[in-house]
Structures are given as structure tokens and as C-alpha cells.
Design a protein around this ligand. Structure first.
Ligand code: AMP
Ligand code: FE
Ligand code: ZN
Length: 294
């Protein structure tokens, strides 16, 4: 069983349509794929149709923008939440509003850097996305010939501390862990030590989140080196958290994150599903189902 629990489509900042992504997952030999667009469930229905057509099992998920103490951004993967749960709907709307409100400010800052970039340039590359993001601004800069690729756009303009960086709203991490549990889903911290930021979350911080209902840690991810994976796996084991492995695939938008480049152990996946069933029962939300699942 090959299981990849973190991918993005054009509903956020991936480059494949949701159905294309699922077809590519089947072609890559995956048995299970989770669609985890940033802050939206908008790709779920299209992905589900493709899952039925291909036989791949689909886990409906999302990657939610949160903030830990000290203002550090943390991405929280939410699997199988009820997307109609009002507190979740409210927070996602707030996050998406923050994403949209930031775009004109970023464009203005780029113009202040001497780049002729307009809202229309952004709309052209962002297509029908629900979650506008810096990767779309990066794509617009590439299309204008201002930079070579997304990486250069981030390095020159868009990363924190660079001239076109603009902060945006994200939900406090501990609150979002509780909201996902209330929605009958399970949460897993995405690439917690990405860019070698071990200080973001240490073992006591994970222990606190586990108390609030955190289900797992994304251990095997391209942003973690061998030592980080070993130490995160030990933390997961100590705290009884599920350890997952995933690609964080963004289509052609992020090199080195091909579908299935990291995978989740089937036993760990089974534990995650059991926790989702328990979460739904506890919160009174509908029992979670996979497309083509058990
Ligand atoms: P945003 O959602 O607008 O805050 O943008 C953050 C997203 O941009 C992350 O989810 C990453 O996938 C992507 N990203 C961050 N840094 C880079 C980079 N250096 N090159 C390409 N993509 C990046
Ligand atoms: Fe992420
Ligand atoms: Zn991601």
C-alpha cells in the first residue's frame, strides 16, 4: 500500500486541477491520496469523482494556516473534518479574507520595487483558486519575466523579511486543533521543522497539543533531513502520536516533491482513520468516509 497524505491542487497553489491530481496519483502507483489544499475544501468533489473513476482511495483534507505562540506560522493538516461545522467555516472564511486582502498590498510593494505588475497578471495565473497565495504572485512574476521560478520570487521578494512580504491572519494553533476535533476530523502538524526550524515546536509543545486533541506529526517530508525525521519520529512515539509521511506535492510548482516521494506506513494510516472515527463519534459529526475506503 502506497499512501501519500499531503497534496495540493489548483483549488489552492498546486498546478494540477483536482481531478488531474488524482489521475496522476493513480499513474504514480498510489493506493491512497489525500487532497489537502490550503484553507479550502473546494477541490474535494472534483477529486472524489476522479477517485471513483480511477479506484484510488481519496482522503478529504485541508492544510490550515495557523500561528503558534511567538507568531510562528504552522501548517495544520486536517483530515476528514465536517466542512460544514460552523466554527471551521468561520475560521476558514477569516483566513481566506486575509489571503485576498493581502494581494493588492503585495502588488503595491512590488510596484514600489519598480516591477510593473497588475491585479490582472495575478488573476491570469491564479485561475479559479479559492486560496490566493504568494505562489500565485510568484507565478505572475515568472510570467512577467521578473524572476526565473517560484524559488527566486520567494528569495528576492516574497519571503518574510523581503520587500514584498505581507503578513496575514492565521488561527491560533491550539484553537484550530480543537476546532478540527469539533468538526469530527483529525489533525496532523505539517512539516513542523521545515526550513530547519526546530525551535517552532519542541516536545513539550507537541505534548500540549496532544492534550488538546492533536493526532499526529508529519515526520517524513522533503523539508526534514534524516536527523530531524529520527527526532520527530521519537517524539511521536513518546507521545503516542501518529507519524505520517507525505510529498507536499504542488504539481510543477515545487520541485523535489513528486507524488509518493514520501509515504505513510499503512499501520499508522489505520491508526489515523481509527482516531477520525472516534473523533466523529465524540463530536456528533457524521462518520468520516473515504472515497473507495474501507
Ligand atoms: P502563503 O500561503 O501565501 O503564505 O505562501 C506560502 C506557500 O508558499 C507555502 O505553502 C509553500 O508551499 C510556498 N513556498 C514557501 N516558500 C517557497 C519557496 N521558497 N519556493 C516555492 N514555494 C514556496
Ligand atoms: Fe505547508
Ligand atoms: Zn502543503
Amino acid at each position: 500500500m502506497r499512501i501519500d497524505l499531503h497534496t495540493h491542487s489548483r483549488a489552492s497553489d498546486g498546478t494540477q486541477a483536482p481531478d488531474e491530481l488524482v489521475h496522476d496519483a493513480a499513474a504514480a502507483g498510489l493506493d491512497v491520496v489525500a487532497l489537502t489544499d490550503h484553507d479550502t475544501a473546494d477541490g474535494w468533489d472534483e477529486a472524489a469523482e476522479a477517485a471513483v473513476a480511477t479506484g484510488v482511495s481519496l482522503v478529504r483534507g485541508m492544510e490550515i494556516s495557523t500561528r503558534h505562540s511567538g507568531g510562528r506560522g504552522v501548517h495544520l493538516l486536517a483530515y476528514l473534518p465536517d466542512p460544514t461545522y460552523p466554527p471551521l467555516v468561520g475560521e476558514l472564511a477569516r483566513i481566506l479574507d486575509g489571503r485576498d486582502a493581502r494581494v493588492p498590498v503585495m502588488l503595491q510593494k512590488l510596484q514600489d520595487c519598480g516591477i510593473q505588475i497588475e491585479a490582472a497578471d495575478m488573476r491570469r495565473v491564479a485561475g479559479a483558486t479559492t486560496a490566493t497565495g504568494r505562489p500565485h504572485v510568484a507565478d505572475a512574476l515568472v510570467a512577467l519575466g521578473a524572476v526565473r521560478d517560484r524559488d527566486e520570487a520567494f528569495a528576492k521578494y516574497l519571503s518574510a523579511g523581503r520587500p514584498a512580504y505581507v503578513d496575514r491572519y492565521a488561527t491560533p494553533l491550539d484553537e484550530m486543533v480543537e476546532i478540527v476535533a469539533g468538526a469530527g476530523g483529525v489533525s496532523v502538524v505539517a512539516h513542523p521543522w521545515g526550513r530547519h526550524q526546530r525551535a517552532t515546536l519542541d516536545e513539550p509543545a507537541f505534548a500540549e497539543l496532544a492534550e488538546r486533541g492533536l493526532a499526529g506529526i508529519e515526520v517524513d517530508h522533503q523539508d526534514h533531513d534524516e536527523e530531524e525525521r529520527r527526532d520527530l519520529r521519537a517524539i511521536a512515539r513518546n507521545l503516542g502520536l501518529v507519524a505520517t509521511g507525505s510529498s507536499g506535492h504542488h504539481g510543477t510548482g515545487k520541485v523535489g516533491h513528486e507524488l509518493g516521494c514520501n509515504t505513510t506506513d499503512p499501520d499508522e494510516f489505520a491508526r489515523l482513520l481509527d482516531l477520525a472515527v472516534a473523533s466523529a463519534a465524540r463530536s456528533g459529526r457524521p462518520a468520516p468516509t473515504l472515497v473507495n475506503g474501507r
